[in-house]
Design a protein around this ligand. Sequence first.
Ligand code: NAD
Length: 258
Amino acid sequence: YQLSLEDRTFVVMGVANKRSIAWGISQSLANAGARLIFTYAGERLEKNVRQLVETLDRDDHLVLPCDITNDDEIANTFNQIKDEVGTIHGLAHCIAFANKDELEGEYLNTTRDGFLLAQNISAYSLTAVAKEARPLMSEGGSIITLTYLGGEKVVKNYNVMGVAKASLDASVKYLANDLGKDGIRVNAISAGPIRTLAAKGIGGFNDVLKEIEEKSPLRKTTTQEEVGDTALFLVSDLARGITGEILHVDGGYNILSL
Ligand code: NAD
């Protein structure tokens, strides 16, 4: 058993720019020899993603559109993936969204539409893609998603996204149970705060970073590379006994009672 991903293909969903956690994961997987298929949401991001992908060593990576709110588009994307590569060995789901004005103040003010939007994009989407990925994972494999402490504990301003992450965490467990018999593992990485486009929308984000630096056991903030390397471990054979797990990559911050 080894970390190498030679001769394996993974779908990475959610690269928006070079700061995206999905990009950190892509680099770790690519360095381990994987072939990657990138999906992006909306034409606006295509150029960004293609430019980043060109910086990787191999030239057989694919870039495809996939708006996760549209079932037909998800089905089309996976049909295209099937035509191009046949079998995939895993998938990294690095996607979330909530209205900015609901990521501050009281959770109590969440609207029905805002609640459903966050659940749709940030939680249900994992189930929607797992369903389409399953037939392509005929050799078994590993699905990972990105979650956050705000789904387990109350984190100031995280609000409706915390509730969506709680739903995502539960989905990981139910999916792990459904897909285990096909040799497919499903896990989440609970990343410490990292300055990305999505994180910018959360009220008081700079204060959170400062707190992690001061108080987390490792006394430092989490990096994209740390999450990328944990993703590499989770999709590799070394993690073959792990499924349904929420693995914290946060310098130990989650163990503290503050
Ligand atoms: P990011 O903004 O780089 O990535 C979010 C991605 O979601 C973007 O690529 C965006 O295009 C995509 N997305 C939004 N709506 C979509 C849709 N309808 N269809 C398809 N894709 C859509 O930010 P990030 O921080 O890298 O976020 C990736 C994941 O990591 C998210 O699930 C986020 O909640 C999680 N996470 C982030 C942090 C952090 O501090 N940055 C911490 C823990 C977990």
